[in-house]
Write a protein that binds this ligand. Structure first.
Ligand code: ADP
Ligand code: MG
Length: 234
């Protein structure tokens, strides 16, 4: 099991504190392709940010790859994040004045990899995304789908164990969304664990499991009734 959440609670403080995650229990195995679905404001991004060690929780326990994620120093959190997690966002979060290959290579810059090596690795990722001919274009010169593939290449370049994607198709048309989901399915077939926050039922349907969240709580799965014959217990 790569992700295990036990009784996670989180409240945003304020004049009126907001109890945004309520007793979340969740287990995700290595190699799963999962959607987290729920209405706007239900707590999806908060949950994903906790999974990605971008935000803290108040009570409960989160184990990531067997490590208890609690009271970590910023350095330790960053080390785990950089080693284990690749992020993909709705708005791509590419640096506008850097070209595609430089954007993809950026995480390796922070790991101290030489320019020559990181650019070679970034080119490899762009090639597998079918974007080799766009390597020297700026984000502003790319379509939405191309930008998201650059962002996915950037997420993959550190060889993470998990991809966390927050509404990755939210800014894309339906054909392009479909292409991005096919890409995620391919990566998953190669063993990557992928967790996608979405409110698009089409995206949810393209995953292997849907976790529903409503008002900060996980909605239990409907019980599967396999045998409706009355049981006689002797
Ligand atoms: P979702 O991604 O499902 O739309 P979020 O996790 O972003 O939901 O937000 C859940 C609730 O928490 C919303 O009511 C939102 O306004 C609130 N919220 C999100 N981030 C913060 C924050 N940093 N401070 C205070 N409230 C927040
Ligand atoms: Mg959100």
């Amino acid at each position: 099991m790569i992700i295990q959440l036990k009784d996670i609670n989180k409240t945003y403080p304020g004049v009126v504190p907001l109890h945004v995650l309520k007793d979340i229990n969740l287990e995700i195995d290595r190699g799963e392709l999962v959607a987290i679905m729920g209405a706007s404001g239900s707590g999806k991004s908060t949950l994903l940010n906790i999974l990605g060690i971008l935000d803290n929780y108040d009570s409960g326990e989160y184990h990531l790859d067997g490590v208890l994620i609690k009271n970590l120093s910023e350095n330790r959190a960053a080390e785990l994040r950089n080693r284990l997690i690749g992020f993909v966002f709705q708005s791509f979060n590419l640096i506008s004045y850097k070209n595609a290959v430089e954007n993809v290579a950026l995480p390796l810059f922070y790991q101290g990899v030489s320019r020559r090596k990181r650019n070679a690795l970034a080119m490899e990722q762009l090639e597998r995304m079918g974007l080799a001919d766009r390597a020297h274009h700026l984000p502003g010169e790319l379509s939405g789908g191309q930008k998201q593939r650059v962002a996915i290449a950037r997420a993959l370049i550190t060889k993470p164990s998990i991809i966390l994607a927050d509404e990755p198709t939210g800014a894309l048309d339906s054909t392009t969304s479909h292409d991005v989901m096919n890409l995620f399915r391919e990566l998953n077939a190669e063993g990557m664990t992928i967790i996608i926050v979405t409110h698009d039922p089409g995206v949810g349907a393209a995953t292997n499991r849907i976790i529903r969240i409503s008002d900060g709580r996980i909605v239990p799965d409907e019980p599967i009734i396999t045998d409706i014959k009355p049981q006689i217990i002797v």
